[in-house]
Design a protein around this ligand. Structure first.
Ligand code: DX5
Ligand code: ZN
Length: 222
């Protein structure tokens, strides 16, 4: 396992001040999570490559881009060009997930696969040679601030076992409903990266250090 990392989801940041929000959270987190939504694959619309590109020069932290769009292949190169370091896709977003992952890797980005709460881990097995990250959704994708689905904990454990049986470095990321209460459950189940939106971006920028520390304090006593 790698040391635990925190990815701050901008979906819960102030969209009128995204640049300032990145600067405010940057000292306390390991990467920035950017949720791209199309109003079709998920019932919400967020932002796309133009916004990612506008934010890119503000930080040297990795951009961890979670694509909730269908179709998805057409946007991969634009998202990579905008400055993504990790690009994560849902297998339901297109007919050929293996090809989509190859397309991501051809752009020199890490390739991630996201599993919805209703998606089985079986889909991962043939993809293990080409994936760099597995994202487990612990809410239904589309919105921040939803309640954590503890039905997904066993899936996280099963994926941890699956990854540990490979000889590849594959990161295990968990996204949705992460808080100081749920973080220890997810870490115990085997997560490497916690995505957190509403748990970090609340109370104003003066609170971000404390909000992230709250997640890490719980984590450090594991
Ligand atoms: C939801 C997104 C998440 C979201 C998490 O579809 O993928 O990244 O921002 O928000 P919280 O941490 O508030 O559950
Ligand atoms: Zn996300």
């Amino acid at each position: 396992m790698t040391p635990l990392q925190i990815s701050a989801s901008l979906l819960s940041a102030d969209f009128a001040r995204l640049g300032e929000e990145i600067k405010a959270v940057e000292p306390f987190v390991n990467m920035i999570h950017l949720d791209v939504m199309d109003g079709h694959f998920v019932p919400n619309i967020s932002f796309g490559p133009a916004v990612i590109s506008a934010l890119r020069s503000l930080t040297s932290l990795p951009f961890d881009v979670h694509l909730m769009i269908s179709p998805v292949d057409y946007l991969i190169n634009a998202v990579a060009k905008a400055g993504a370091n990790i690009i994560t896709v849902h297998p339901e977003a297109g007919a050929h997930i293996y090809r989509t992952l190859q397309k991501i890797k051809a752009q020199d980005c890490l390739a991630g696969v996201a599993l919805n709460p209703g998606t089985s881990i079986e889909i991962l097995k043939p993809l293990l040679p080409v994936i760099d990250l597995v994202l487990v959704m612990t809410v239904n994708p589309g919105f921040g601030g939803q309640a954590f689905l503890d039905t997904q904990l066993q899936k996280i454990k099963d994926i941890r076992t699956l990854i540990d049986e490979t000889d590849r470095k594959i990161l295990l990321q968990v996204d949705g409903g992460i808080s100081s209460k749920t973080a220890p459950l997810v870490v115990e189940a085997g997560a490497d990266i916690l995505v957190a939106g509403s748990a970090i971006f609340h109370g104003g920028s003066d609170h971000y250090e404390k909000n992230v520390a709250g997640l890490k304090t719980v984590i450090s006593v594991q």
